[in-house]
Design a protein around this ligand. Structure first.
Ligand SMILES: Nc1ncnc2c1ncn2[C@@H]1O[C@H](COP(=O)(O)OP(=O)(O)OP(=O)(O)O)[C@@H](O)[C@H]1O
Length: 324
C-alpha cells in the first residue's frame, strides 16, 4: 500500500483580506518526486512554508508522516528543506550545518564528523550561495534527490523549470490563484500539455471538429497508451478545459453536470462521483496512482490504495466530510 507521506488537508491562508491559499488539499505518496507547479504568486512558497511551519495556516492542517505540522513538535524529525534562494547566503556550508545542528540539538562534534564523511565536505568552506548556483552541484543535487527517492524517500519540489520535472517528477500538482487545479502522474501531465498545445494551434473551427478526437487521444495517453510527446509547453490557456474533457466525456454531460452543480442537485453530484470513481480506477490500473484530484471538485481528494496486491479505491469528500 502506498503511504501518503505529505498531506495537506483543506488548508487556507489569509493575509488580512487577501486569501492566498483557498481550501488546498493534496497528498504526496511515499517514494516519489512530486512536482509542485503554478504561475508566480499562485501559493507554492506559502504551501511549502506551511509544511515547514514557517507560516501557520488560517484553516486546515498539514501532515508529514501523519504528524500534524501545527500540533506535533516531532513533525520535522525526518524533514529536509532546500529553499530556492539560500536563506543565509553568506554562511559557509560548515557554519550552516553547525547552526542547523544547534537548532536540532545535534552536538557540533557529531555534525563535523558526519560532514567529514559526506561528499559535501569538499564544499565545507564555500558559502551556501555559491553552491546553489554551481551547475555541478545542481546535477549532484538531482542525483541525490533520485537516490533519496529510490531508497523510499519522498520529495515535494516547487519549480518553474519544466526540464527539471522532465528529469525527476513522478507526479505533478498544479496550483493556480491559491487553488489546486489537479494532481496527476507526470506522464498524464505531458499528455495534457501536448493536447493543449495542439488545441491552441488550431483554429476555432478545426478545434470544434477535432475536439472529440483529441479528447480520445488525450485520454488514451492519460490511461496508458503510448503516444510520443516531443514538446512540453507551459502557460496553456485551455488547461481547465482539458480537465473538463478528461473528466466528462462529452459536452452534453458537461452541460448537465454544470447545471446540476449550479442547482446543488445531489443526484448530479452522485453521478459526478461515479464518473470519477470509474476514471480513477482506470488511472490506478495504468499508473499506480495514489493521489488524484479533479478540477470541478478541487476540494475533494481521492486516494487509491493497494491491499494484498489488489487495487482498491477509496476517497475523501472533504467538502462533505465523508469517506467512501
Ligand atoms: N506575508 C505576506 N503578506 C501578504 N501577502 C503575501 C505574504 N506572503 C505571500 N503573499 C502573497 O501570497 C501570494 C502567494 O505567494 P507565494 O509566494 O506563495 O506564491 P508562489 O507560487 O510561491 O510564487 P513564486 O513562484 O513567484 O514564488 C502572492 O500574491 C503573494 O504576494
Amino acid at each position: 500500500m502506498s503511504e501518503k507521506v505529505i498531506e495537506i488537508k483543506q488548508v487556507s491562508k489569509r493575509y488580512g483580506d487577501k486569501t492566498v491559499l483557498n481550501n488546498v488539499s493534496f497528498a504526496v505518496r511515499k517514494g516519489t518526486i512530486h512536482g509542485f507547479i503554478g504561475p508566480n504568486g499562485a501559493g507554492k512558497t506559502t504551501t511549502l512554508s506551511i509544511l515547514t511551519r514557517l507560516v501557520l495556516p488560517t484553516y486546515g492542517e498539514a501532515y508529514i508522516e501523519s504528524k500534524s505540522v501545527n500540533h506535533d513538535p516531532r513533525f520535522n524529525e525526518r524533514l529536509g528543506f532546500i529553499p530556492a534562494e539560500p536563506k543565509f547566503p553568506n554562511l559557509t556550508v560548515e557554519k550552516y550545518l553547525l547552526d542547523v545542528g544547534y537548532l536540532r540539538d545535534i552536538p557540533s562534534e557529531v555534525v563535523l564528523r558526519k560532514l567529514a564523511g559526506s561528499p559535501l565536505s569538499q564544499f565545507r568552506s564555500q558559502n551556501c550561495h555559491s553552491l546553489s548556483t554551481d551547475p555541478s552541484f545542481r546535477q549532484d543535487l538531482f542525483n541525490n534527490l533520485k537516490n533519496i527517492r529510490d531508497k523510499g524517500g519522498t520529495i515535494l519540489m516547487s519549480t518553474h523549470i519544466l526540464s527539471d520535472l522532465q528529469k525527476l517528477a513522478d507526479d505533478i500538482t498544479m496550483i493556480r490563484r491559491g487553488r489546486i487545479v489537479y494532481t496527476v502522474p507526470f506522464v498524464a501531465y505531458k499528455a495534457l500539455m501536448k493536447f493543449a498545445t495542439d488545441q491552441e494551434q488550431r483554429t476555432a473551427e478545426e478545434r470544434r471538429e477535432s475536439e472529440e478526437e483529441s479528447f480520445q487521444k488525450a485520454v488514451g495517453v492519460f490511461f496508458g497508451n503510448e503516444i510520443d510527446v516531443p514538446n512540453i509547453t507551459s502557460g496553456v490557456k485551455s488547461k481547465v478545459k482539458i480537465m473538463e474533457l478528461l473528466h466528462l466525456k462529452n459536452r452534453e454531460d458537461l452541460r448537465k453536470e454544470k447545471k446540476n452543480r449550479e442547482e446543488g442537485n445531489s443526484e448530479g453530484r452522485g453521478k459526478e462521483m461515479g464518473t470519477m470513481k470509474k476514471m480513477g480506477k482506470q488511472a490506478f490500473d495504468s499508473f499506480n496512482v495514489v493521489g488524484f484530484s479533479f478540477p470541478f471538485t478541487a476540494n475533494n481528494v481521492f486516494f487509491f490504495q493497494q491491499t494484498n496486491g489488489e487495487p482498491t479505491f477509496s476517497g475523501q469528500d472533504y467538502t462533505q466530510g465523508k469517506t467512501f
